[in-house]
Design a protein around this ligand. Structure first.
Ligand SMILES: Cc1cc2nc3c(=O)[nH]c(=O)nc-3n(C[C@H](O)[C@H](O)[C@H](O)COP(=O)(O)OP(=O)(O)OC[C@H]3O[C@@H](n4cnc5c(N)ncnc54)[C@H](O)[C@@H]3O)c2cc1C
Length: 485
């Protein structure tokens, strides 16, 4: 292997979605030595994943994925043309409070020291624990979209999409266009979109187009006679794989036989790095998720670390671009490339662009409050997939006196598997909060340990530029002995 360790950089940006691409492009324009690290092989993030290759395809996939997706190409092209350095296939497995990054790239690991860091690590699908959610054939709707964007893969078996959020209608529309055998959508939202949309219209200045786009997807699905049912209390049924989804509708239990069940109830910020750093976090009751506390430039409670895009709070791809640019302006100012006056002047149009998105996002948050994925879990439902711990196992431990979330983690092993708590943190917190009769803000979140991404021990042992005299190899968060591994 010949990976060249990058020893230092002025500004490290983690994540190649719209926030990271916009931040890197602007920072480089302002004379900052910016390096963008992304675990993906090509730029685009979740929303514009693989957009360069897809737009070159001669088949209909670019058309099926839609104009918004293809629009991401311009952002990627501006980034490619900029002076920002690009490190694809580079998973960041640690960031220290002093700005030192652990990079795992093409089978090798190294450390790099940045003067400032912008985390643009985006969002992940909200874990959706229902009975049977671990059966083969049950997947995230976003995961299927990822396969479609990355490899042009489309389901070839009867498919039901269940849950709520704008993404279920977008994915359903994209799959239908691509010829997937879509059987039905089971919408778990509290209120039907159409009635809410018309009520909200006067308050959505500047974003009515977005709303109508959603309504067009629904109209197209209706025209193809895809059943759209309202349902609650979902259960994935089957023995060795999913065979049906059942739900309550109109006061009775209904059942749809299916081979593929796609679940989705919105996305939540990806907070692995900020929780491992012990940045200050807040429980967001509107989005029902933890998020890092940031100022108006995206700066976190730790000096060299800022965050931009959906990793700070879910605001969508259109807001991620101005958020990335604001973080870049602040970084350029702190690093001495521009004065505060210039930073503030250049920030004005970005703030105006954000304001245009604000009302629409609040509308989406109200309309698509997760209901199914936050209702009390049955005892037999698996809360932690990696360690196969059920809600009932957790309740027994809580009743035995393990009433602190991180204590519960240590004793149940929830959050100590391959995903390092990404998938179960909120679920375990919910079970604890319910049992104690308190709220999520009170029970807190996991104290995440490094590495935040799976890292083969061989890479760690052969760490390219480690200071062999300093122990431990993984730097610890200053002053916090419990952070040692
Ligand atoms: C599965 C999924 C599908 C979605 N599809 C759509 C859609 O079709 N349309 C839409 O409008 N919105 C979609 N969204 C929402 C959309 O992702 C966001 O609104 C938008 O992409 C946010 O941009 P971002 O730059 O903040 O993050 P993202 O676009 O998510 O980019 C984050 C990038 O950081 C990388 N990353 C994360 N952690 C690390 C790490 N430790 N080391 C290195 N790299 C890392 C990720 O791989 C990714 O490339 C989707 C979200 C998800 C989770």
């Amino acid at each position: 292997m010949t990976v060249k360790a990058r020893e230092t950089c002025e500004l490290a940006i983690v994540g190649g979605g719209p926030a990271g691409l916009a931040a890197a492009t602007l920072a480089a324009e302002l004379g900052v030595e910016a390096v963008l690290f992304d675990e993906q092989p090509t730029p685009g993030g979740q929303v514009y994943r693989n957009v360069e290759a897809t737009c070159r395809r001669q088949d209909d996939l670019p058309a099926f994925l839609g104009a918004d997706y293809r629009g991401g190409l311009a952002l990627v092209e501006r980034f490619r043309a900029s002076a920002a350095a690009y490190e694809p296939m580079s998973a960041i497995w640690q960031v220290t409070a002093g700005g030192k990054l652990g990079v795992s790239q093409r089978g090798e690991a190294y450390l790099t020291q940045a003067r400032r860091v912008i985390l643009a690590t985006g969002a992940m699908e909200r874990p959706f624990p229902i009975p049977g959610w671990t059966l083969p054939g049950v997947m995230g709707a976003g995961a299927v979209q990822t396969l479609m964007k990355a490899s042009g893969l489309v389901p070839d078996r009867p498919t039901v999409i269940a849950g709520s959020g704008p993404l279920i209608y977008l994915v359903a529309y994209q799959l239908m266009q691509a010829g997937a055998p879509l059987q039905a959508i089971v919408d778990t939202s509290a209120q039907p979109l159409i009635r809410s949309a018309f009520a909200a219209l006067p308050h959505l200045s500047g974003a009515a187009g977005e709303l109508f786009k959603g309504l067009t997807w629904i109209a197209a699905l209706k025209a193809k006679r895809i059943p759209m049912l309202a349902g609650r209390n979902l259960v994935a049924e089957g023995t060795s794989r999913v065979e049906a989804v059942s739900f309550e509708a109109d006061g009775r239990r209904q059942r749809l036989a299916t081979s593929l069940l796609l679940l989705h109830e919105g996305v939540i910020p990806n907070i692995q790095i900020t929780t491992s750093l012990r940045c200050r976090h807040e429980w967001d009751p509107a989005q029902m998720a933890w998020r890092p506390a940031t100022d108006e430039w995206g700066a976190t409670s730790l000096d060299p670390i800022a965050i931009a895009g959906d990793g700070a709070a879910i605001r969508g791809a259109k807001a991620a671009v101005p958020l990335g640019r604001l973080a870049a302006l602040d970084a350029a100012c702190r690093l001495g490339h521009i004065a505060e006056g210039e930073r503030d002047e250049r920030a004005a149009p970005e703030r105006a662009a954000l304001a245009r998105q604000h009302n629409f996002r609040s509308f989406l948050d109200r309309l698509y409050r997760p209901i199914e994925s936050v209702r009390p879990l049955d005892d037999a439902t698996i809360a932690c997939r990696c360690e196969e711990v059920t809600a009932g196992d957790l309740r027994e431990l809580i009743d035995d006196g393990f009433t602190d979330l991180n204590q519960l983690k240590s004793f149940s092993r929830c959050g100590m598997g391959q995903c390092q708590g990404r998938m179960c943190s909120n679920t375990v917190g919910r079970v604890l909060a319910e049992r104690l009769g308190t709220g999520m803000a009170e029970v807190g979140h996991y104290r995440l340990r490094l590495p935040v991404k799976p890292l083969p021990i061989e890479q760690l042992a052969l760490l390219k530029n480690a200071d062999r005299n300093s122990k431990p190899i993984l730097p610890v968060v200053a002053g916090d002995p419990s952070q040692r591994i």
